[in-house]
Design a binder for this molecule. Structure first.
Ligand code: HEC
Length: 106
C-alpha cells in the first residue's frame, strides 16, 4: 500500500524530469551506506530497536534518493535524524549512495 502510493508519487514527480543524470560509484556507495542499514534495515523497512517505521530506500529511484538526501542537507526536509545524516555528505557521497541503493533489488 505504502509502496504503491510512493511509486505513484515518484512517477508523477519524475516522469517530466527523468534524465540520465550522471551517477556515482556503486561500490563506494555501498561502503558509505553501511551505517544507514542500522535504521533502514532491509527486513521490513523498520528500525530494529526501538522499532519504528523508516522509509524503504533500497531499490528506490536514483533521482528520488538524490533529491531526498539533498533536501535533508539543505533543510528543505526537516527530519532531524536524516538532516544529521545528510549534513556531512558531499554531493559525490549522495550520488554514490543513491547509485548503490537504486542498484539493489530489495
Ligand atoms: C538513526 C536512524 C537513521 C539512520 C542512521 C539513517 N536514516 Fe534515513 N531516515 C530515517 C528516518 C526516521 C526517515 C524518515 C524521515 C522523514 O520522515 O522525513 C529517513 C528517511 C530517509 C530518506 C527519505 C526516504 C523517503 O522515501 O522519503 C532517505 C533517502 C534516507 N533516509 C536515506 C538514508 C541514508 C542514505 C542513510 C545513511 C547515510 C540514512 N538514511 C541513515 C532514519 C535514519
Amino acid at each position: 500500500m505504502i509502496r504503491a502510493t510512493s511509486l505513484a508519487l515518484l512517477l508523477t514527480m519524475f516522469s517530466v524530469s527523468a534524465t540520465a543524470a550522471e551517477k556515482g560509484d556503486a561500490a563506494a556507495g555501498k561502503t558509505k551506506a553501511y551505517t544507514c542499514s542500522g535504521c533502514h534495515g532491509i527486513e521490513g523497512w523498520k528500525n530494529p530497536y526501538p522499532n519504528y517505521h523508516v522509509p524503504r530506500i533500497a531499490g528506490q529511484n536514483y533521482d528520488y534518493l538524490v533529491n531526498a538526501l539533498t533536501g535533508y542537507q539543505k533543510g528543505e526536509r526537516s527530519h532531524p535524524t536524516m538532516r544529521a545524516q545528510a549534513e556531512s555528505m558531499s554531493a559525490e557521497d549522495i550520488r554514490d549512495i543513491a547509485t548503490y541503493l537504486s542498484s539493489i533489488t530489495p
